[in-house]
Design a protein around this ligand. Structure first.
Ligand SMILES: NC(=O)c1ccc[n+]([C@@H]2O[C@H](COP(=O)([O-])OP(=O)(O)OC[C@H]3O[C@@H](n4cnc5c(N)ncnc54)[C@H](O)[C@@H]3O)[C@@H](O)[C@H]2O)c1
Ligand SMILES: N[C@H](CO)Cc1c[nH]c[nH+]1
Length: 865
């Protein structure tokens, strides 16, 4: 067989790539990790062999990362493998190949010691004479290695040779094949075109390895769908294989009609997904995506009738999605996400409870039905799910597979693990890169946007929750807590005074909270408006403005993926400084139904009247409308996920509950401006500190006139630091959605940042303090390399509840004024009224408001008589 070699960084062979993918095995000739990563992520059906570089400083972890990312075979240079065979000894043999160049045939035996470690040899012979292939000592030795025993996982070792000084022809392929050797052919030497005789035709080269035991020389060809369901049996010829690869369609050899482009007349065409050959190379398998009524001329999917099982269910659901009658149960399932969610949860519960074989099969079938409905509703096919399973199966570093804490009814109390987390090995964690000068205006505008949230969908999920809490009060809050937080509580409220046990902390934590409290208090206390504003606008006319606290405030402290006692400080302190009469704190429960002692301690310090043990929209609704036990408040403040933020917005617009909110404070973001003076490790650490908040966090690096090596150092730091984080799985989701923007000047950087209006802005630049006056939009600015955002997040004094999504253009972050309202007053003396009277009366006349005019006229008349 041939093994094509493809260079992803060369544009000249890019057009051939989709065809090469059809042949399954493909050697990718780059050791550029980011490029490999990108290819592996996009891979749908091919099997990539990827090389490991001899220069790799940590080949063992790169090997694991590449295999986890989906590489089918890792090609390790012989020097690397021989130096440290133990480093690769635990990796699966069927996923490893060894590569070497043999200038001296005598050195072929150097390959012997690694025999047990690999399932393939990739050997380059720079000086092989084609006439001498069989006589060649080294090749013969390789042939014998290839025939050495079966692999532990089944299958045979492959021996692939690269003969750079020999022109590749179908005859050469056939000759090598008979000796048990495969030929490596560079993609630039291959073609699918009919009129490029100087190149090797891919179809002819592929077919050269086939043998036929039929008098007509045809090859029986099994046609299957992507799930390997047999659609029918046909025949192929060299010509039809060539044509099929050229067109990417199912093309066969009809014994009656010659070359047969399947579906050309019926419309039931096939997209070719993969071609494979059986173990003795006399039968082909074509994996196709079948279009139209089906493969069979009788309009059934297969020549053996209609499909069964998952294929049948998937097709039925696809059909129903197109045509289920409005109002039918299936149509409701497709359109009502909550109904479908409840069914999936219900069936999952029933499956867990099932005992007998029959019951388990019955309940599993029900669950699969609703799970597949969810897939079809989301445009996901059963083939997509199987591809996903296959990808997961290729991962070799396994997760422990414990249930997530939020999915356990009652989780044991977390113990602090004294050993540092091991470095999780997986694919490279990397931000996208853009260059400002090459962006079109549309591309630039797109970078200014945040990941889109389907607000209509979230509103439709949050509104029923809020309505239910409004109607059923505590009972609804408890039900939603059970549903979303998996905890069955008896009361949603813990009232002050809180018990010492509930607030018990170790001394170090208590000291840290106390110090943060003092700094945040100092900064917010300084913001307090204690002295009324008094202005005599004209003699005898005195206007004043004075502040009063908002009486009752509700503070939301997030607790979904991380519990944030720091948010309790950031909200509770300004509320207390402002003098709010009632402070209510809401936060989701832990799996055991309690609230973390750190939040309880802060609640106590700020004088909260109670802690509402609920999260999400139900907590917001409880504080907005009030329930039997949750006090109704006048204003709700605090950050949270999309459910929390949407609930706050809905409540604010519902005049029946009369509340206000602080601002939309959604998923955390940071924009870092860094220049060539910056420290790559510091820059990366700041970006990661926000990327770890949630999968929807967005972090941006604006790199000013930064040399490529400096940028690469930041990239490397991001990967290295991220790989060590306990929340690496979250970072893995947020970092690829985030981006680096290279700009040439500081002016461009500031302009972009002001338009982006980040929640946090960090300046890693020379003379950073001089830039501050140029900042027009940002929630909070961190100036210079020794001012990490973490200080503001916890303890320096500024507030961390800040506007996201670009709302820093018009909103301030939480501050003491958030909890105050301002009342104005005025007092006029007789002389003042006499002096101002005519102006007011004239303006009232202009507006046609006679009673307004009269209220002044009646007094002025007295004063002037
Ligand atoms: N902008 C800021 O100032 C700031 C500050 C701190 C945190 N944050 C952000 O706050 C967010 C906190 O989010 P979180 O999820 O960790 O905690 P959270 O407390 O905001 O939300 C958790 C709650 O969401 C509810 N929920 C979960 N899934 C649901 C579903 N499918 N339907 C309805 N409700 C559901 C549950 O009741 C759960 O208790 C993060 O995005 C973080 O970045 C922002
Ligand atoms: N960075 C968050 C504001 O977006 C606040 C926070 C809390 N804990 C840690 N950080």
């Amino acid at each position: 067989m041939i093994l094509p070699e493809f260079d992803p960084e060369s544009t000249s062979t890019a057009d051939l790539k989709p065809t090469l993918d059809l042949l399954a095995d493909l050697l990718i000739s780059t050791t550029h990790l980011a490029v490999l990563q990108h290819l592996l992520e996009a891979e749908e059906s091919a099997s990539y062999w990827v090389p490991l570089s001899t220069d790799d400083p940590n080949p063992q972890s790169t090997a694991l990362a590449l295999l986890d990312a989906g590489a089918h075979k890792l090609v390790i240079p012989l020097t690397l493998l021989s130096q440290n065979p133990d480093a690769f000894a635990d990796l699966p043999v069927d996923r490893l190949a060894v590569s070497t160049t043999l200038t001296d045939p005598q050195t072929a035996h150097h390959l012997d010691p690694v025999l047990q470690l690999v399932s393939a040899y990739l050997v380059t012979f720079p000086a092989t004479d084609p006439a001498d292939i069989h006589a060649n000592l080294a090749l013969n030795h390789l042939v014998s290695l290839g025939k050495t025993s079966l692999l532990p996982t089944g299958g045979a070792r492959r021996v692939v040779v690269r003969l750079p000084n020999i022109v590749s022809t179908p005859d050469l392929v056939a000759q090598l094949d008979r000796a048990g050797l495969d030929l490596l052919v560079n993609a630039s030497d291959l073609t699918t075109a009919k009129n490029e005789p100087e190149k090797l035709n891919l179809g002819a080269a592929y077919a050269a390895s086939l043998t036929s035991d039929r008098p007509d020389g045809l090859f029986p060809t099994l046609v299957v769908d992507e799930r390997d369901v047999a659609l029918g049996l046909v025949y192929s010829s060299v010509e039809s294989v060539t044509e099929s690869l050229r067109t990417g369609q199912g093309v066969y050899q009809s014994r009656a009609r010659g070359l047969w482009h399947k579906g050309a007349t019926s419309g039931a065409t096939q997209t070719l997904i993969r071609v494979a050959v059986d173990c003795d190379k006399d039968t082909l398998k074509f994996v196709v995506r079948q279009h139209g009524a089906g493969f069979c001329h009788l309009n059934t999917l297969t020549c053996f009738g209609h499909p069964r099982g998952l294929t049948a269910l998937s097709r039925t659901l696809q059909g129903r999605k197109q045509s289920a009658p409005a109002g039918s149960y299936t149509a409701r399932l497709f359109s009502d996400a909550d109904l479908l969610r409840s069914k999936i949860m219900e069936e999952a519960g029933e499956l867990c409870d099932a005992k007998s074989k029959e019951d388990v099969a019955w309940e599993a079938a029900d669950l699969v039905y609703f799970a597949l409905t969810k897939c079809v509703a989301a445009g996901v096919s059963i083939e997509d799910v199987e591809r996903n399973l296959d990808r997961k199966a290729r991962k070799i570093s396994r997760r422990k597979g414990d249930a997530k804490p939020s999915k356990q009814e009652v989780a044991p109390k977390k113990e602090q693990d004294p050993t540092p987390a091991p470095i999780p090995v997986a694919s490279r964690i990397q931000m996208q890169h853009h260059t400002h000068s090459t962006l079109t205006p549309a591309e630039r505008s797109k970078l200014l946007l945040r990941p889109i949230i389907d607000s209509a969908d979230i509103i439709s999920r949050v509104s029923p929750i809020m309505a239910d809490v409004r109607a059923r009060g505590d009972a609804a809050v408890l039900d939603f807590t059970h549903k979303f937080d998996r905890v069955r509580l008896t009361s949603p409220v813990i009232r002050a005074p809180f018990t010492p046990e509930a607030m018990r902390l170790d001394l170090q934590t208590q000291h840290a909270i106390d110090q943060a409290y003092d700094n945040v208090w100092r900064f917010h206390d300084a913001q307090m408006d204690r002295t009324p504003l008094v202005v005599e606008t004209m003699p005898g006319v005195t206007c004043t403005r004075f502040a009063r606290p908002i009486e009752r405030v509700g503070l939301y402290v997030p607790g979904g993926t991380a519990v944030l006692p720091s948010s309790a400080l950031m909200l509770g302190i300004p509320a207390k400084v402002a003098g709010c009469r009632e402070i209510v704190i809401a936060t989701p429960p832990r799996p055991d139904g309690t609230v973390v002692p750190e939040v309880m301690y802060v609640a106590h310090k700020v004088g909260a009247s109670c802690v509402v043990v609920a999260g999400g929209a139900q907590a917001v609704a409880a504080m907005a409308y009030g329930t039997e036990s949750v006090p109704k408040v006048d204003k709700i403040c605090g950050p949270g996920n999309q459910f929390v933020t949407t609930a706050k917005m809905i409540a604010q617009n519902d005049s029946s509950c009369m509340i206000s909110i602080d601002m939309p404070a959604g998923p955390s973001e940071v924009l870092v401006i860094a220049d060539a003076d910056s420290n790559p490790a510091y820059v990366a650490s700041d970006l990661l500190s926000q990327a770890e908040h949630g999968a929807d966090s967005q972090v941006v690096l604006v790199a000013v006139a930064m040399p490529p090596a400096h940028l690469a150092a930041i990239d490397d730091q991001i990967h290295e630091q991220a790989s060590r984080l306990p929340r690496v799985e979250i970072v893995r989701q947020s970092i690829p959605k985030s981006f680096v923007l290279s700009v040439e000047t500081m002016e461009e950087a500031i302009r972009f940042s002001n338009e982006y209006a980040p929640e946090h802005l960090i300046l890693h630049t020379r003379d950073a303090e001089k830039l501050v006056e140029k900042i027009d939009n940002a929630g909070s600015v961190f100036v210079g390399e020794f001012s990490p955002e973490s200080c503001g997040d916890y303890a320096s004094g500024t507030n961390h509840t800040l506007p996201t999504y670009g709302y820093s253009r018009m909103y301030s972050g939480v501050n003491t004024h958030t909890f105050l309202k301002h009342i104005t007053a005025q007092q006029l003396t007789p002389a003042g009224l006499d002096a101002l009277g005519d102006t007011v009366m004239r303006l009232a006349e202009v507006e046609g408001l006679e009673a307004h005019r009269n209220a002044v006229a009646i007094r002025v008349r007295d004063l002037r008589n």
